[in-house]
Design a protein around this ligand. Sequence first.
Ligand SMILES: [Zn+2]
Length: 303
Amino acid sequence: MSTSLLYHGFGLIGYTYVRTAYEEGNMIFTIKHRRDKLYCPECGSRDLVLRGCSRRRFRMVPIGSKVIFLDLDVQRVACKRCETVRQVELRFADSRFSYTRAFERYVLELSKHMTILDVARHLHVSWDTMKDIQKRYLTKKFSHPSLKDLRYMAIDEIAVRKGHQYLTVVLDLESGAVIFVGDGKGTEALDPFWKRLNRSRAMVEAAAIDMSPAYMNAVMSHLHGATIVFDHFHVVKLFNDKLSDLRRDLYREAKDHLQKNVLKGTRWLLLKRPDHLDEKKREKERLDEALRLNQPLYTAYQN
Ligand SMILES: [Zn+2]
């Protein structure tokens, strides 16, 4: 290990290599600040008085399966120009956390290919650390995208853990980007989103939503003049459910009139588009017959 390797191998600029230690199978590199590279974090001045250090340890990207730590006495400085006393900035890490930025990037990269638990085990880090890294990344990426150009949006609820925890997600339908993630479900989950949308002065033209009345009211009261588009999936599902109900009712009725063989097997015909019905198989005839016998079914089919 050398100062040159610190720079080229780990991207640590402005430090001098001190020593390498081995503890319980882990490697610990100790580095120190270079006096000539210190500057005031407030104003950038190099006219400083040193005011003591505090020892910090950071997780680094591993070498193979070896866990690597970096020890540094983080310098406090008093600035003669702006008269503040502060800890100097570390470019390689956010001083609030116990790992380097490179380690954080490594975790996120691995997370694309492995589960969070796998990454945690592989790197010997706690589940909580993993969660924090993920959460910060997602917050940074998705919390404040610009909304001013938003024109078409969709709102949906997703269950995070089977049937227990919900998130309300807003999508920009043009870019496909997630523009808001709210905790829970229902209209309250969207309150912060409406505030942001309001400030952005976006002119939303259409919103695709879930069909619950709560959403309809929320959207109508916040998106003046926008067209509400019922989410295709929900419309189709609702329609199919209705059709199945109707068919069941009709089948029960038909049974009483000994016409069951006509209606049996017509559901899939009903769900087919009229112009896709197969002439040879007498599908059209069978469907017409079924529909003639049942005026309500016919009405539902046409609508
Ligand atoms: Zn200063």
